[in-house]
Write a protein that binds this ligand. Structure first.
Ligand SMILES: O=C(O)CCC(=O)C(=O)O
Ligand SMILES: [Fe+2]
Length: 471
């Protein structure tokens, strides 16, 4: 329920909801607290320390548009026919999405670990139950978010996302006036490490917003860390190795609000994309379906199950697992009568972490890496600069490697055709060494020959045979 006096209630609380240190007793005191926070941020973290992933153009507030005229959908939201969410009958598939039991993973139960492994390989998405987060915590964040979203736009705009940042209330991924827009408004906050927080974007109404979001995010962090431990075991490493590789394990929260839409079949709530994170943990409204994932060439809706979390593999984990785990394209559709909210928590490696396929996840016959090494901070900056267009951005990352493999395959062909001329074999051996260990520069005309993934797999088989011939 919305509390019109929530701002005043702050004055009477026993701790400050802003800085958690001083007990504010009046509005003036609250302002002082805000000043203290600003000073603390300025003293403790220089601008360079706070990650900045660039900005986005502003876009209209969808909730406000619907409030003014629920029958109007501006052209910028109407998708082309290919993009429009077709009404498929894939709901039955939804129940097949794997469910893992966190309490069993905590005991490192073999069967549950296998279930998680299979889910990451075959679906890239799974539900998590018995996660130990009290229902009350999951409900409270939804109620608190609603109280904020129900405020007048001028109030919410006090926390609006500036043009050069991606934290705050607004829209990310908007880069052109012509681009089609998503039917959602979001609030993005960096949660951990806490030195990355920019409190100026944290709503002050309702008064307990900070506490609620902090409690929720800490609980989700615990669940995420447990999952990363299990994934670490499944990828052949000690349980803490993957977590340690993340360094401070940055965590961001994105609250998505999808207002109702009179023509849900013509718009998208969230364009198809994959997440850049290692894993994303989502909680959502219990009674409105909106999230859809790509599975076997179809969009499959993820029907909410009360209090279950939905987790997906992100790009960083796909790279680390050398493509064994899939960062699946997903999108959100809107609903004619109901608004929907979702909370996506992104757990990612720290910016300076170099990610590349883990030794333990290399092809068991050879040791070919399908992904080049990337510094996560560089990768995510590219991610935030790109319009959401499925996984095309991610494929670009793999292209250079594919091109190198093309060259390799050509040489293998050359070797076969020549009946094994010693010079060509020698050249191939040299080339294989270069390809596996150094970056390789191609003549530009060869790039057009880059292989598909299937061809790549074929190529790796050839390479195995080729290398054996030299041993
Ligand atoms: O609304 C949802 O369920 C999906 C949100 C999402 O994919 C995201 O925030 O990255
Ligand atoms: Fe996502």
């Amino acid at each position: 329920m919305r509390n019109e006096n929530s701002e005043l209630t702050v004055s009477g609380t026993t701790f400050c909801h802003l800085c958690h240190k001083i007990q504010p007793c009046c509005e003036l005191r609250k302002q002082i607290c805000m000043q203290i926070i600003k000073m603390t941020i300025n003293q403790n973290s220089t601008e360079e320390e706070l990650p900045n992933y660039g900005g986005s153009l502003s876009a209209p507030n969808v909730q406000e548009m619907v409030k003014r005229d629920p029958s109007k959908i501006p052209d910028r939201y109407i998708r082309s026919l290919e993009e429009q969410p077709k009404r498929t009958n894939m709901t039955s598939f939804s129940s097949e999405i794997p469910t893992v039991d966190l309490s069993l993973l905590l005991q490192q139960q073999e069967q549950e670990l296998r279930k998680l492994d299979k889910a990451c390989k075959e679906w890239g998405f799974f539900r998590v139950v018995n996660h130990g987060i009290e229902n009350q915590v999951l409900q409270k964040i939804k109620d608190t978010a609603r109280l904020f979203l129900d405020l007048p736009l001028e109030e919410k705009n006090k926390f609006s996302m500036p043009a050069d940042d991606m934290q705050g209330y607004g829209h990310a991924f908007v880069f052109s006036e012509k681009q089609k827009l998503d039917w959602n408004d979001a609030l993005v906050l960096f949660m951990f490490p806490s030195k990355f927080r920019k409190y100026k974007f944290w709503p002050t109404i309702p008064a307990d917003f900070n506490d609620t979001v902090e409690k929720y995010s800490s609980e989700i962090r615990r669940v995420g860390m447990e999952l990363l431990r299990s994934i670490s075991i499944n990828t052949g490493m000690a349980s803490n190795t993957l977590l340690t590789m993340h360094k401070e394990l940055p965590q961001a929260l994105r609250l998505n609000n999808y207002p109702p839409c009179c023509k849900p079949e013509e718009v998208l709530g969230f364009s198809p994309h994959s997440d850049a994170s290692t894993i994303t943990v989502v909680s959502q409204d219990d009674d409105v379906t909106g999230l859809e994932i790509q599975h076997e060439g179809q969009w499959v809706p993820i029907r909410p199950i009360p209090n279950a979390l939905v987790v997906n593999v992100g790009d960083a984990l796909e790279i680390w697992s050398n493509g064994t785990y899939r960062s699946i394209e997903h999108r959100a559709v809107t609903n004619k009568n109901n608004a929907r909210i979702s909370f996506a928590t992104f757990l990612s490696p720290q910016d300076d972490v170099e990610i590349e396929p883990l030794d333990t996840m290399m092809d068991s016959h050879g040791s070919l890496s399908k992904y080049k090494k990337v510094i996560f901070g560089d990768y995510i900056r590219k991610f935030f600069k790109a319009k959401l267009e499925g996984k095309s951005r991610f494929e670009m990352e793999k292209m250079e490697l594919d091109s190198r493999l093309t060259l390799m395959q050509m040489c293998i062909g050359m070797r076969k055709g020549s009946g094994g001329s010693i010079y060509k074999d020698f050249f191939l051996q040299f080339l294989l060494k270069r390809v596996l260990t150094f970056s390789f520069h191609l003549h530009p005309s060869l790039i057009s020959l880059s292989l598909t993934n299937e061809n790549y797999r074929k190529a790796s088989v050839h390479v195995d045979r080729g290398t054996k011939a030299f041993q």
